[in-house]
Design a protein around this ligand. Sequence first.
Ligand code: ATP
Length: 316
Amino acid sequence: MIATLQETSNMPGASTQTVVARLEGISKNYGNVRALRGINFSVHAGELVALLGPNGAGKTTVVKLLLGLLQPDAGKVRVFGGDPVNPQTRVRTGAMLQVGRVPETLRVREHIDLFSSYYPKPLPLEEVLAAAGLEKLRDRKFGDLSGGQRQRTLFALSICGDPDLLFLDEPTVGLDVEARRALWEEIRRLVERGKTVLLTTHYLEEADALADRVAVINQGGIIAEGTPTEIKSQTSGKRIRCITSLSVASLRQIAGVVEVKQDREAVEIHAAEAEPIVRTLLARDPRLSGLEVTSAGLEEAFLALTQDNGQNQGND
Ligand code: ATP
């Protein structure tokens, strides 16, 4: 569905130009903790944006502001063109928060029925149970669920109202690999159905696997924004792994080498370009073995960006 107020933006990497949620010049302090420092951030209709950052970066604060659960100290928050606390806005949004607390004594289906009653056009119960993989747990009390099953119930509650805009704050924390993959599939399905999703995560693999666009947040500032590929290309690094008799100190002297780590019997070398380094390595150590060259993942990109925080602070 399309925003009630048609705001548009030219943000690169966005799947469509219609802005459904926006933070403009937002600062938020908790006492003397500066959680957000003048950030600008938009979510566009139909896209899946991952807000990626380490513990304490400010991700949950962004989500709570967009839900109207917190008020900013400075700046403006707009969701569907209005204040997030407007009832018309609230019925179009769903949220799965990290510390989602619901009564322990209600059964899974009772929770879903209760949450569904807040929305004008909720999804059928069976559809919600299936999407969250809860069919067999429908009659289990929330208090008797495992951690992962609770997470899935909170996901069910976030989608049961069939919201246009969904906030998922660290949705796969505590899920095993199978449950995480299943949830990813459901999240992808929501986006295919035209829903807009803002996901926070510190699973770099998760942002890479799901997001149309990634915003990297660190110390209350957005330090990079783009597609996962664009974020990776900002560091465009290569990882060279090999077993060599050359010392770590001598490897660090090779022109173009950014970092060298000893990893058991092998060394791992990070560099912008692999080929010149590999040529030098083979020339200096003809007995070098176990050579592997891979592209730097989102993890390296993220670390490089956050280590470079001072220079990159600020955003669109
Ligand atoms: P995590 O990945 O650990 O959940 P986050 O990126 O979601 O972290 P936030 O929860 O937004 O980070 O917190 C941002 C900063 O604000 C942190 O330094 C946090 O300690 C602080 N903070 C958050 N809530 C409060 C609060 N109620 N009182 C004081 N400080 C707070």
